[in-house]
Design a protein around this ligand. Structure first.
Ligand code: ATR
Length: 268
């Protein structure tokens, strides 16, 4: 029997996950289906219950339900626990197992696909919402020094407080960044959705710096700014999307898909 999976979000119709997982399934010969399901904003838990009752094996969770998904889990992987958010669920033996593959996806894209070594690098993480929280611990564990910048400094400070005493994660306002330089600047704000640019000072990119926008599918003001400011490597978040999907696929199917041809196909 074909094993059923889905991605749940709101909105979700734009999601590339069904295409990515069907390419993975084709490539690895896995008998599975994968669809996009829009849950009502107040109906995430009910949607999960329905999927479990209908025999689905698991699902991905996207905006805005990752935090609620985390709360529904009966068992958590360490990255989901760190981020207090889950993007991958497995339904097994009456339990809901939760994982967060976003951080691993970002790391794989930066290190493997872009060939940028993270250890000892200085990163500026823009934003302090769910997207930023999801990648903070994995970046920290990769040996990256991190400054979190956010308009609402209190939110950045709350995230940085989780690393108190480590000496490598700090919260700053945008106007405190003048004169500072970074090897890596990651845009985890939702500013690109509104075609806006976070209020960055000039000159924040070190020579050879990588500018990374976690959004994909459009040239954001941040990526344009990075190009003008002389960032050497520039990437959107499409590779992260494919890599986090590959991690989820591995958790569900115990098979690692080759992400390269899938990413090439999506870029074409
Ligand atoms: P997500 O789950 O996608 O991270 P979120 O929790 O709503 O979404 O967080 C959005 C993030 O983008 C926040 O860090 C927000 O900054 P504030 O907390 O100061 O509001 C940030 N953001 C959104 N638009 C922005 C803009 N134009 N410039 C800078 N930051 C922006």
């Amino acid at each position: 029997m074909t094993d059923k999976y889905a991605v749940i979000g709101n909105p979700v119709s734009h999601s590339k996950s069904p295409l990515i997982h069907s390419l993975f399934a084709q490539q690895t010969g896995q008998d599975m289906s994968y669809e996009a399901i829009e849950a009502p904003l107040d109906g995430f838990a009910a949607t999960i219950e329905r999927l479990r009752a209908e025999g689905y094996k698991g699902c991905n969770v996207t905006v805005p339900f990752k935090f609620e998904a985390y709360q529904l889990c009966t068992r958590l992987g360490d990255r989901a626990r760190d981020a207090k958010a889950a993007n991958t669920l497995i339904f097994r033996d009456g339990e809901i197992l939760g994982a967060n593959t976003d951080g691993a996806g970002l790391l794989a894209d930066i290190e493997k696909n872009l060939g940028f070594k993270l250890m000892w690098k200085d990163a500026l993480l823009l934003g302090a919402g769910g997207a930023a929280a999801g990648v903070l611990w994995p970046l920290f564990n990769a040996g990256v020094g991190i400054v979190i910048a956010n308009r609402t400094i209190e939110k950045a400070q709350l995230l940085a407080d989780e690393f108190k005493g480590s000496g490598t994660v700090y919260a700053r306002r945008y106007d405190e960044l003048a004169g500072k330089q970074f090897d890596l600047v990651i845009n985890a704000t939702s500013s690109g959705l509104k075609d806006e640019l976070p209020p960055l000072p000039d000159g924040i990119f070190k020579p050879g710096a990588l500018a990374y926008d976690m959004m994909y599918g459009r040239e954001t003001p941040f990526l344009r700014y990075a190009r003008e400011q002389g960032a050497t490597a520039i990437s959107d978040g499409l590779g992260m999307l494919v890599e986090q999907a590959a991690e989820a696929f591995y958790l569900w199917r115990n098979v690692r898909p080759d992400t390269k041809p899938v990413l090439e196909k999506l870029r074409a």
